[in-house]
Design a protein around this ligand. Structure first.
Ligand code: AVJ
Length: 324
């Protein structure tokens, strides 16, 4: 059993706040943090298999190719460690490591943390079934609450996984704050393994967020469906479009929802009427792509040292180890 953070039918108060304030901003904005309801998690799993979405395959290749090197770095001695995964989702890539570590009889606990209860319960059930002897400690929570608790409960060494370019959803300032907070909660010698999507031909990146099956589009629009359901709103999904731009100067892919006509949207739960102009946008996501100097800079600024880096054969993606 995974202990849920709130009752399944309760609306996340943070979503209420996000919608209330975000739709009053100019330009309007809603955070990609709220993409991951049950349906959103399912669509994201389909995106990971889309031919254009290279990120998952690149990282899969890295973890599979370098699992032995990773294990060596994770186990400088024979003490047990806690493999904490932030934003574990369905754990598709992590399972490569779990399988290998289990086979090597590595002494560790797997502690996945996610804000999507559905994804986490699926993962927990899978892990129990496939590796019954593995110690599992799944948490439905915000990254930092969970990490805070874990640090208070166990004094074992921590290896934190932050895979899949989740770090790309942060602004540069948010990324610095995030790694500073990690630094505060970890002990010297603890490790953080981050999956960074690297800058590359802009067309490759653009295609990854404009797949031909329309999965990314459905993923983005699902946010409006979620707001309709949870906040009793009447967004007409056919009257909004998905639009994405990649700016190779900043390394930012940005996703937008575009109003295809002048319209009024009612959000009953918030007693709010939101007007949209023709062509008006809601900014929903930043997926930032990195350069090597930016990654090194991030480690340095936040007090970590880079002790390992691995890339796929195309150099599209990098899994980088920061040591506290
Ligand atoms: C899960 C945040 C890494 O930004 O690439 C996929 C989410 N958005 N397609 C990303 C996403 C559109 C994904 N992350």
């Amino acid at each position: 059993m995974v202990e849920p953070l709130a009752t399944r039918n309760e609306v996340d108060p943070a979503l209420i706040e996000e919608v209330r304030t975000g739709l009053l901003k100019t330009p309007k904005r809603l955070s990609s943090r709220y993409f991951y309801d049950a349906e959103g998690s399912r669509i994201f799993q389909a995106i990971m298999h889309a031919p254009e979405y290279y990120l998952t395959r690149s990282e899969y290749e890295i973890l599979d190719t370098y699992k032995t090197n990773l294990l060596d770095l994770f186990t400088p001695d024979s003490r047990p460690f806690e493999l904490v995964e932030l934003g574990a989702g369905d754990g598709l890539k992590t399972k490569i490591l779990l399988s290998f570590f289990d086979q090597q009889r590595v002494n560790f606990t797997y502690a996945p943390i996610d804000i999507s209860l559905d994804a986490l319960e699926g993962l927990a059930a899978d892990v129990r079934q496939q590796w019954p002897r593995l110690r599992l400690n799944a948490r439905h929570d915000d990254y930092f609450n969970a990490l805070e608790q874990l640090s208070a409960e166990t004094n074992s060494r921590k290896v934190v996984l932050f895979l899949g370019s989740n770090v790309g959803n942060f602004t540069p300032e948010e990324a610095i704050t995030f790694y500073q907070q990690l630094h505060d909660r970890l002990q010297p010698g603890d490790l953080v393994l981050t999956g960074f999507d690297l800058q590359k031909h802009p067309a490759v990146i653009h295609a990854a967020y404009n797949d031909r099956q329309g999965l990314t589009r459905a993923f983005n629009l699902n946010l409006l469906r979620r707001i309709n359901r949870e906040l009793d709103a009447n967004f007409d999904l056919a009257a909004f479009d998905h639009y994405e731009v990649y700016n190779p100067e900043t390394g930012e892919a940005r996703s937008y929802l575009v109003s295809q006509k002048a319209q009024m949207v009612e959000i009953k739960e918030l007693e709010m009427s939101v007007p949209f102009d023709y062509g008006e946008i809601i900014h929903t996501e930043i997926s930032r792509k990195f350069t090597w100097p930016q990654i090194e800079q991030l480690a340095q600024t936040t007090g970590f040292s880079v002790t390992g880096w691995f890339t796929d054969c195309k150099s599209y993606f990098a899994d980088v180890i920061f040591c506290r």
